[in-house]
Every structure is written in structure tokens, then in C-alpha cells.
Design a protein around this ligand. Structure first.
Ligand code: SAH
Length: 218
């Protein structure tokens, strides 16, 4: 590796370590999640012009009116999913691919859907280039889930809506967990749903702001 690019890599590692400390101070305490965030190059999931801000704990634009989520929210949602020890996870809203990349380090298989084709294609290229082999991306309306590969042990919806799409509840395995922001366009509340053999148990967590889920299965 050329000394110049090595220098950049080392700088990113230091700023990533600082981000991990910040997330710890905000209450994230799952070490596997912190480790995944500490070793995932978020600067490669945003436009080059924004790369210098990639390790701030903030959402950033990724084009097409969409955003890469704030690292704290990625960590929080991932932590909630891991509580049920999932092997197979469905993500609705691939966006930049960052959330899927974090998950791919923590579970066996990640299925991620994105309704904007250019984002799906770009994310796929990133996974290929960075060697994430257990993530599969589909350009589709994820509010219908991805029935071919369901049921899923965990489902993460990274876009907000008024209700949880019915197909996603159906494709959640018994014992599985779904997390999604529920609310209107301006603000939502992060909700965790666990499927037991008889019911869906819902817990309302913290306020969040996500771009809207747009789809027919809602
Ligand atoms: N998880 C992403 C954040 C993406 S923002 C990341 O880590 O970068 C939310 C994404 O959800 C947007 O890219 C948007 O296009 C997508 N989206 C919205 N409605 C969708 C739907 N019905 N199916 C699939 N993707 C959807």
C-alpha cells in the first residue's frame, strides 16, 4: 500500500475509535456492535465530498433525497435485533448499504431491499468491492418483504411509516424481532416487535427521524 493511502486508513481508524467511544457514552454497550462499527469504513458508504464527516454521529445525504442513518441509530437498532440472536436478517431500505454492512459482520445472512434502483446498484458494488459476501440486495418494494427467503429471524425497516406492513409481520419467524420507526413524515418512534407463538409483543422506544417508507405493502 502506498504511504499516502495508508495514512488515510490510519486516520479513519482513529476517528472510528472516537465514534465508538461516543456511542458508548450514549449508552450503546453491545461490544459486538461497537466492534462492527469500529471496523466498518463508513467513509466508503458516502460521497467522497462528505467522507471527512463520515465519523460524526450524524445522518448524511446519499442522493435521491435519502440519507445514511446516524451511527447511534444504526447501533441501537442492531443491538435490538441481536437480542434474539438472529441468523437471517431482512433489511427494508438498503440506502448506502452501511446498515447492511454492519449486520453482515454480526449475522450469517443479510437480505436487503431498496426501491431506488441506483442506490441498490451502488450498494451492491460497494459490497463486492469491500468483500461482503453474505449480503444480498434486491431492487424492490420491501414493504412486501422478500417471501422467497423468509421467514426471517429479524427484520429491520430503515424508513418510517404509519404502520408495520402486514407482509413483514407474516415473514417474521416465531421468536423473531422486527424494528421499525413508526409515525408521520416528520417524526417517529422506534418500535420493537417480538413474535411469540401466540402474539406480537410491541415495545415503544425512543423518538427518531427517518425518511418515509414508500410502498404498496403498507
Ligand atoms: N439503511 C440505510 C438507510 C437508508 S434511508 C443505510 O444504512 O444507508 C431509507 C431507504 O429506504 C432509502 O434509500 C429509501 O429509498 C428506501 N425505501 C423507502 N421505501 C422503501 C421500500 N418500500 N422498499 C425498499 N426500500 C425503501
Amino acid at each position: 500500500m502506498r504511504p499516502f493511502s495508508q495514512g488515510i486508513g490510519m486516520t479513519s481508524q482513529r476517528t472510528r475509535d472516537r465514534l465508538v467511544q461516543r456511542l458508548r457514552s450514549k449508552g450503546i454497550n453491545n461490544n459486538a456492535v461497537l466492534e462492527a462499527i469500529g471496523s466498518t469504513p463508513r467513509h466508503l458508504f458516502v460521497d467522497e465530498a462528505l467522507a471527512s464527516r463520515a465519523y460524526e454521529d450524524t445522518a448524511l445525504p446519499i442522493g435521491q433525497g435519502q440519507t445514511i442513518s446516524q451511527p447511534y441509530i444504526v447501533a441501537r437498532m442492531t443491538e435490538l435485533l441481536l437480542e434474539v440472536k438472529p441468523d437471517k436478517v431482512l433489511e427494508v431500505g438498503t440506502g448506502s448499504g452501511y446498515q447492511a454492512a454492519i449486520l453482515s459482520r454480526l449475522v450469517d445472512k443479510v437480505y436487503s431491499t431498496e426501491r431506488i434502483e441506483s442506490l441498490a446498484t451502488q450498494a451492491r458494488q460497494r459490497f463486492r468491492r469491500l468483500g461482503y459476501r453474505n449480503v444480498r440486495v434486491q431492487h424492490s418494494d420491501g414493504s412486501w418483504g422478500w417471501p422467497q427467503f423468509g421467514p426471517f429471524d429479524a427484520i429491520i425497516v430503515t424508513a418510517g411509516g404509519a404502520d408495520i406492513p402486514e407482509p413483514l409481520l407474516e415473514q417474521l419467524a416465531v421468536g423473531g424481532r422486527l424494528v421499525m420507526p413508526l409515525g408521520d413524515r416528520l417524526r417517529q418512534i422506534l418500535v420493537s416487535v417480538t413474535r411469540t407463538p401466540t402474539v406480537y409483543e410491541r415495545v415503544d422506544l425512543e423518538p427518531v427521524v427517518f425518511v418515509p417508507l414508500i410502498g404498496g405493502g403498507v
